[in-house]
Design a protein around this ligand. Sequence first.
Ligand code: GLC
Length: 398
Amino acid sequence: MGKEWFTEAKFGLFIHFGLYSILGRREWVMHYERIPVSKYRRLMEKFNPRKGAVDEWCSLAKEAGMKYVVLTTRHHDGFSLFDTKVSDFNAVNSAAGRDIIAEYVDACRRYGLKVGFYYSLLDWRWEAYWDGPEKNKEKWDEFVNYVHSQVIELMSNYGKIDILWYDGGWPYSAEDWRSEELNRKVRELQPDILINNRSGLPEDFDTPEQYVPKEKPERPWETCMTINDSWGYCRGDNNYKTVKQLILTLVDIVRKGGNFLLNIGPKADGSVPYPLVERLHAMGKWLSINGESIYGTKVGTVTGSWHLGYITQKDEKVYVHVTKWPGREITIPGISGEIVDAYFLSNREPVKAKTENGFLYISDLPDEPLDPYDTVIALEFSSVPERVEIGFKETLLK
Ligand code: GLC
């Protein structure tokens, strides 16, 4: 299978879930509010997501048109959602009394979703983490051994894992974490796995957080983003992005060759706040109609943005995304080639389109867009179209 699936997948679900979900004040609550480890630990007695929770997350991902999921197996607070031999601070010892990661992996497989594990290198409960390797080498080594043991457990006990999504390496280096050694072991156990760039080594892909790079990056990449302003469940955060913003972000990412890892923070019982569900459903609906213009597209000869939208491409097939519907007609300079077929992707109704002297003209369009977010017009060229430079002076002063 290899790793090609990743660049074709385009859209994945990020899930931040842990003890912090009980408090509902974001996943950094322990740190922000300086909650002592002993007190925070007592949240274990209340941690009991309902049995079908992971199933709901996967079914939501599927409905949203996502191809993979990344779940926090352990966040910075140190609470492991999995059965681990090197820490008793885990889901099996909590009120839940079960391995949430085992359930999660099982659900992903049933829904045909690729399986991603988020793992935070740092753990706030360890003195050695705060002290660092300089101050006490022996304690630091003990801490890093614990981290390595957990990653090895995750890579050994759950079958095939598709993504290892590290986080929390700061302020230490790849040498401090012995990341090279760790990732070598990871790849021995999981030859096809993709590893992100947050263990201090570049590995397989970059992870811009909460933004889309301005220019197309050289390396494989994935933007991770929240739907409101929080990763972990936050009761008071209702600053939700609109469906339109989310769809436009997806298209912008895809036209630059990246993936979109969009986050949900479920509540303590595992249920997903409705505003998140609603938005993911709307995205899924749009993708069920327009998915062809997203999945499997590659950065091509005419891929990019134009003043009223974006362009995605699959060789000789070009998808004009109209996000600011002009009504009547569309003019895009800089494209040449012979168009053999042109139609609205949503209903396959023909569209009048032609190229002339390096201009693409689409005409006789309805006054109103077919889609409230992004109306996609598919153009089939007789061969891969070419980008041509249309000079300003030469054209404007003609
Ligand atoms: C930041 C936050 C962390 C979150 C991550 C997701 O690194 O510290 O809480 O999990 O972003 O990328």
